[in-house]
Design a protein around this ligand. Sequence first.
Ligand code: ZN
Length: 310
Amino acid sequence: MMPAATALADAHRAFRDELLRHGLLISLGVDGLYGRSGAFEHVIERINAAISAIGDPDRPEIMRFPPGIGKWQLEKSGYMRKFPQLAGTVYSFFGSDREHRALIEMLDKGGDRTVGQEMTEVALTPAACYGVYPTVAARGRLSDDGAVVDVYAFCFRNEPSIDPARMQMFRQREHVRIGTHEQTVVFRDLWMSRGRALVESFGLPCDVAAATDPFFGRAGKLLATQQREEHLKFELLVPITSKEEPTACVSFNYHRDLFGRAWSIETAAGEPAHSACVGFGVERIALALFKHHGFAFKDWPRDVRDVLGL
Ligand code: ZN
């Protein structure tokens, strides 16, 4: 490892250990998988309330999904083609009684635990908005106003890390716009200024930069270049453990008609719908707050506590 990478890994480990020591996160013995304390959850609730205060005037439809979606939805959305390395699918035991006995023997011996395991119909939610598109599509053609949805869900990404800001299971609070090209671009630009203003009001340093998704393999490099050139994705970056490698705490995504075509969502004029979403990584924002203002929110600056109602 390069010295810089080692220093970064040390900073991640030190911050994670502090969070565990202060009891804000609870270790589950797997990198990137944590329980949360009451104080941590209180901050998460207040961040969500601040996002609601900004988004509610748009009168979004509220949808809440479990941390799983149908495996068929994951495939139909195109996720398995682009990000197979991040996807999570749920397995369970489908064997007979005889195979069950064989499994127990195997477990007693510390052997292969995957005996009789087969994929279920459930996949872990990769991004909060993935449940929205099939739901809106099932309603038929959009009205002139399109759709605005407020969605919140636990998401999963297969990327174990000691960086506490890179959890494997985390929550995304999103607002999603589905409609014409113009409606979705206006929405994304509006949320870019709203998102920055919100994070600045939390007393956090931040910057907005063009970004790309972590596409897989050689074909992925091409997709990433394309995404950056077409300004499809922006991220609001906040330094948490490193100034040089700040953490994306909010993402602003314009999908063009990708989901409109995948799910056959039509605008009022019968065209494939465009979509955009803004996703707040609420744990990352909470971690940035704890890092910058201290491990006890009672000690945070008065104006930050006022904004959050803490
Ligand atoms: Zn989204």
